[in-house]
Design a binder for this molecule. Structure first.
Ligand code: DP6
Length: 319
C-alpha cells in the first residue's frame, strides 16, 4: 500500500511575489509564512498503466492534470525515475475554489512522489522539489513559521523552519467572500508585477521586512507581526494596481472587509489583514477576540464562510 502524504496550506506574512527564474521558480525575494491547521491536502501516488489524476474523487483532464504531470515529469527526469502514475488527491478546504491553495497541493505531491519511489530525501531537499511545482509549496513542508530563503540558484533556494511550535497566540480567520476562480493566476500576476515603479523599492526592503518579522515572532509580539504583515500585503496589492497594465484582485467585498478590520481595530479590538492572489481576506488576531471579530464579520457579510485557524504541522505520512 502506497503512503498518503498530508501537507497543510500556508499563508505568507511576507509575500513571494516575483520570479527571478520562472522555470526553476526561483523567487526575487525571500518570504515568510504561517502553516495553517484547518486546510490541507492528502495525496497518494500509485502505479498505473497511464497517467491519471483524481482530485476529490473525480478524474481531472485538461490544465490541472497538465500542470501536475508536467511537474511529475520534471521530478522523474531529475531523479532518474520512469513509469506512468496515478495521482489521487483530496483537498480539505471548505469549498471548491475560493481558498484552495497550490502550496499544500504541490508539497503533498512532492512528498507522495518521493514516497512512491522510496526516495530518501531530507526536508530541505523536499522543499526544493516542492518549490519546482509551486513556489509557496516550498514552505508547506514545515509547520508553524517557515522562511523560504530566495537563494541564488536551484541548490540554494529552499525553505526552512523558523519555529515549528510557536508559543505566540496567533489566530487566522479565513474569510471567504467570493468563491469564483481567480481571474489571474499567481503565476500571471507576479509576472506583471515587476512593471510597477514601486516594485524595485519594495524588493530593496525585503531583507529589512523579513528581519523585522522574524524579530516580531521571536519576541512573541503579535501587534508588530500584524502591522508588518498588513503592510507587506498592502505593498503587494499596491504594486499590482500600479503595474503596467495595472490590475487588482480586490472585489468590492474585499474593500468592505478591509474597512471593517480598520473599524474593529479603531474600536480597540486588535486585528490585521493579509490578502493573497484573490479577493478573500485573512484576519490575524488573538484568541480572546475571535468571537467578537467573527460576530461582526457575520453580521456584515451574510454569505461569507469563516474558518478559524491556528498553526498547523509540517508534512506527514499517513498509513
Ligand atoms: C500571493 O506559489 O501560487 O500567495 O510559484 O507561480 O505557483 P507559483 O506561485 P504561488 O504564489 C503564491 C503567491 C502568494 C504569496 C505567497 O504565498 O508567498
Amino acid at each position: 500500500m502506497e503512503k498518503t502524504v498530508r501537507a497543510h496550506t500556508n499563508i505568507a506574512l511576507i509575500k513571494y511575489w516575483g520570479k527571478a527564474d520562472a522555470k526553476l521558480r526561483l523567487p526575487l525575494m525571500s518570504s515568510l509564512s504561517m502553516t495553517l491547521d484547518q486546510f490541507y491536502t492528502d495525496t497518494r501516488v500509485v502505479k498505473s498503466d497511464q497517467d491519471r489524476f483524481f482530485l476529490n474523487g473525480s478524474e481531472q483532464t485538461g490544465s490541472s492534470k497538465q500542470r501536475v504531470f508536467d511537474y511529475l515529469h520534471v521530478l522523474q527526469k531529475r531523479l532518474g525515475q520512469t513509469g506512468h502514475l496515478r495521482v489521487e488527491s483530496t483537498n480539505h478546504v471548505p469549498t471548491a475554489a475560493g481558498l484552495a491553495s497550490s502550496s499544500s497541493a504541490f508539497a503533498a505531491l512532492a512528498g507522495a512522489f518521493c514516497a512512491y519511489y522510496k526516495l530518501e530525501v531530507s526536508r530541505k531537499e523536499l522543499s526544493r522539489l516542492a518549490r519546482l511545482g509551486s513556489g509557496s509549496a516550498s514552505r508547506s513542508i514545515y509547520g508553524g513559521f517557515a522562511i523560504w530563503q530566495k537563494g541564488t540558484d536551484d541548490a540554494s533556494s529552499y525553505a526552512y523552519a523558523l519555529d515549528e511550535k510557536p508559543k505566540l497566540d496567533l489566530q487566522l480567520l479565513a474569510v471567504e467572500l467570493n468563491q469564483q476562480p481567480k481571474f489571474l493566476s499567481s503565476t500571471g500576476g507576479m509576472s506583471q508585477a515587476p512593471s510597477s515603479p514601486f516594485f524595485q523599492p519594495w524588493l530593496a526592503r525585503n531583507q529589512e521586512e523579513l528581519a523585522a518579522m522574524t524579530k516580531a515572532i521571536q519576541d512573541n509580539d503579535f501587534s508588530r507581526l500584524g502591522q508588518l504583515a498588513e503592510l507587506n500585503a498592502n505593498e503587494m496589492h499596491a504594486i499590482n494596481l500600479t503595474a503596467a497594465p495595472g490590475f487588482t484582485y480586490f472585489e468590492p467585498a474585499t474593500i468592505a472587509a478591509i474597512k471593517l478590520v480598520q473599524k474593529i481595530r479603531a474600536s480597540g479590538i486588535e486585528c490585521y489583514y493579509t490578502i493573497d492572489a484573490g479577493p478573500n481576506v485573512k484576519i490575524l488576531c488573538q484568541l480572546k477576540n475571535v468571537k467578537e471579530i467573527t460576530k461582526q464579520f457575520v453580521s456584515e457579510f451574510e454569505n461569507a464562510k469563516i474558518v478559524m485557524q491556528s498553526f498547523g504541522p509540517g508534512i506527514s505520512y499517513l498509513d
